[in-house]
Ligand binder design. Structure first.
Ligand code: RB5
Length: 150
């Protein structure tokens, strides 16, 4: 799978470990940075990864900041993006089954890299259920029409 990944300064080490892990699993990674410990603004990286997923240049995205909260808020402003902040494997699975999440968010200050690896594996392996969930996702798009970054 082609996966775009981004982080802020709070999550540099975690991002690099997840990149290595996913590359070893055979995935194609688009590393959008950041690549230093200098303080940066997480919305910039959320935008880069969201645009990669929006355009189809990436199949999925992963965003990591201190808590994962800022990244998920920022990414969900982009049309067609369904970013899910997941601290457990169960949440990751449900975010795929029910919400067809296309960006996974983590908090580097609030969860371990080992947990991120397990959660990511479940998330990548789980297919959307479709059916009744499609109607609900359509309503989310309709309710936010015109208010998203296109
Ligand atoms: C950066 O200090 C921190 O605010 C950021 O990583 C993130 O936790 C925001 O939600």
């Amino acid at each position: 799978m082609k996966i775009a990944i981004g982080c802020d300064h709070a999550a540099l080490e975690a991002k690099n470990e997840i990149v290595n892990y996913l590359q070893l699993m055979g995935h194609d990674l688009l590393d959008e940075g950041t690549n230093s410990l200098d303080s940066v603004d997480y919305p910039d990286y959320a935008a880069d990864v969201s645009r990669k997923v929006q355009s189809g240049m990436a199949d999925r995205g992963i965003l990591i900041c201190g808590t994962g909260i800022g990244m998920s808020i920022a990414a969900n402003r982009f049309k067609g993006i369904r970013a899910a902040l997941c601290y457990t494997e169960e949440l990751a699975e449900l975010s795929r089954l029910h919400n067809n999440s296309n960006i996974l968010c983590f908090g580097a200050r609030t969860q371990s890299v080992e947990s991120m690896k397990k959660i990511t594996s479940v998330w990548l392996a789980t297919q959307w259920e479709g059916g009744r969930h499609g109607r609900r996702l359509d309503k989310i798009e309709i309710n936010s029409r015109g208010q998203h970054v296109q």
